[in-house]
Ligand binder design. Sequence first.
Ligand code: ADP
Length: 394
Amino acid sequence: MKILILNCGSSSIKYQLIDMPQGEVLAKGGVERIGESEGILKHKTAKGQKVLNEVYPTHADGLKRVFELLCDNDPLKDVSEIGAVGHRVVHGGEALTKTCLVNQEIIDAIDAVYPLDPLHVPAHVLGLNVAKDLLPGVPNVAVFDTSFHQTIPEHAYLYAIPYSLYTEDHIRRYGAHGTSHMYVANRMAKLLNKPIADLNIISCLLGNGSSITAVKGGKSIDTSMGLTPLEGLVMGTRCGDIDPAVLTYLGRTKNMNADELDDLINKKSGLLGLSGISNDCRVLEDLVAEGDQAATRAMNVFNYRIVKYIGAYAMVLGHVDAIVFTAGIGENSPYVRGEVCQKLELLGVDIDMEANDCHGKERKLSTDKSKVEVWVIPTNEELAIAQQTYELVK
Ligand code: ADP
């Protein structure tokens, strides 16, 4: 069955066409700058890549063009060959806890999550409606980044603020990146050749957005992101954990309003804010090697925060069988992995520095004497969405 995976952002659509159950990627690409004066569409198949510079006034225009390219005899002849569409949905709130077939009721429920995720919800709803209109009769499946974290217990998801803010306003920790954390945890179990039910895994997803999850017996029991994808680790431009009083202090002393504060902690903080140079880990790593103080300061805070979370999650899990590194930085940065793993002596972590010198491929980093297995496992969110979509509609 050919499954189209859609990831709709505010001005972009990323897509992959995956043949299931083999998991073969038949085409992938993305439309960017939807609604702007010039858009860009990149489309790649086994036969090569096309890049189009056109105007895409709406998501529907962009998606129509994607269908034209997909059906240009490579890889499809007709859209009727698409068996299902799997949609990545960032936030399911409290009501949408599981991967589900989309109908109007589900679209309305996703729409209702808007106050919790104003950035993504409108784009997701657009994507769902456009796919429904352009592919009548084809099942649409919504896969929520937050679903995997629905197993987190109350004592870990509640904030210590008046309880009514949870019951009435749904303010709690939801987590994010769940599809990826679930994918790498399952992959880890396969590689260790053990049932996931018997394993305790710490999954470190380190990219421009970063999060870390404690997975016990295949279930998320705690994760670093919270109500929004801002809490937790230091990220490219997001601050992660911060004393909330910093915000009230800035509001009072610098007269900053909610939007300005939002901008500060989401777009001007993290590696970018600390270094004053870049949000890109590659750039900072090169500067660290040259002895640059600002880059070193930023990376030290970044690495330290990861160690702190691994320590906390080791306690929460009781014992740790495996630590997994994934996403842009996790898969590609021997420097970050090395700095973090060096500090995990108490857990009995011992990594082979030669094995650690790898980029973007599945690899065991720990030595045989390490008490915890340490691995790099590239994430594949699209494949995970395709698997869940296939399971639901096959
Ligand atoms: P997101 O999906 O959250 O936007 P990614 O998972 O693509 O982010 O990760 C982007 C990050 O990965 C950037 O900080 C980038 O510098 C980092 N990265 C990519 N390749 C390397 C590399 N070879 N060494 C270090 N960092 C890398």
